[in-house]
Design a protein around this ligand. Structure first.
Ligand code: RIB
Length: 311
């Protein structure tokens, strides 16, 4: 693939509360540890791709994957750390929208200190403005690979994927988050790789409220291929990922055993690293393995972008 990795998606400022247990309805709990981090699924994936770029298999001697990011932020203090991070990680943000009349996206994240699992509540703010019109000048047709999620308006996602397909640019779609209202209704044939987690995969297959597990993952991935997706990678938490491509048996790429302290952003770490490696070599198995290693490493540290190592 020629051309840079283009990531289109959200930017959030993450406020992360870590406690031994999470509150019930009507309950107040004090004593949480607080971490702040640059976040948002789009920004996280761009940063992960840029930070692991030098080590991507198939790209010996590269200093970093060329990464472009298109998103929307407010003109406020919550965006400042993210702007510094983009600069430090040499991410091209010339198409980032900076808006005066709306706040940068904010996420309140609760992490269970025992398991490292998280719950996220997001106020999208400027992310809501990343519509098809706002993306009109985004250099989608010049990309080597488009990586996009679902945390920005559905019409923008639909338009970006449609334009990429028309220009022959392969698309990785990470359908996170997804529900009936936010589903952009993409033509699966326009998506080279779909990368849902257990819950998102069930929604894509019309099984709302269910969760795909390791046992059912191969059948679920086969269903996604039958629907027309070019390939599927199901992220399965500590079990690793299930990789499925037409013409070969779905394979589990297991994750190394690590001591997880915070799983927030692990899916983003995987997607960024997987995309960077695919762009470098087109070897999907090697890219999945690399993504799993990068994501597993990230869960051993706190926060979202704060947990992504420079490899
Ligand atoms: O995937 C983790 C991300 O989801 C966080 O950074 C949070 O902001 C939400 O976008």
């Amino acid at each position: 693939m020629t051309g840079p990795l283009l990531v289109v998606g959200s930017v959030n400022h993450d406020l992360i509360f870590r406690h031994a247990r999470l509150p019930q309805a009507g309950e107040t709990i004090s004593g949480a540890e607080l971490f702040t981090s640059c976040g948002g699924k789009g920004a996280n994936q761009a940063v992960a791709a840029a930070r692991c770029g030098a080590s991507t298999p198939g790209a010996p001697g590269r200093t970093a994957a060329p990464v472009l990011f298109c998103g929307a932020i407010g003109n406020d203090s919550h965006a400042e750390a993210q702007l510094r991070t983009f600069e430090e990680d040499e991410i091209d943000i010339r198409h980032l929208l900076v808006l005066d009349d709306i706040h940068t996206g904010l996420s309140s994240i609760w992490v269970d200190a025992g398991t490292g699992d998280n719950r996220i509540m997001n106020a999208p703010g400027a992310n809501r403005r990343l519509t098809a019109d706002a993306l009109a000048e985004a250099p989608i047709e010049d990309a080597g690979l488009l990586l996009i999620q679902n945390e920005t308006p559905a019409d923008g996602v639909r338009s970006a994927v449609g334009r990429a397909h028309a220009a022959g640019v392969p698309v990785i779609w990470n359908p996170a988050p997804i529900d009936e209202a936010s589903d952009p209704g993409l033509d699966p044939r326009h998506v080279a790789w779909v990368t849902p987690n257990e819950v998102e995969c069930a929604v894509l297959l019309g099984r709302h409220g269910e969760r795909i597990d390791v046992e059912s993952a191969a059948d679920a991935a086969s269903e996604l291929l039958e629907a027309g997706y070019g390939g599927a990678v199901l992220t399965l938490g500590p079990a690793g990922v299930l990789l499925a491509e037409p013409g070969s048996t779905p394979t589990l790429v297991p994750a190394p055993k690590v001591d997880a302290v915070d799983t927030t952003g692990a899916g983003d770490a995987f997607n960024g690293a997987f995309a960077a490696a695919l762009l470098a070599s087109s070897d999907s198995r090697q890219a999945a393995l690399f993504g799993v290693r990068y994501a597993s490493d990230s869960v051993t540290r706190h926060g979202t972008q704060t947990s992504f190592a420079r490899w």
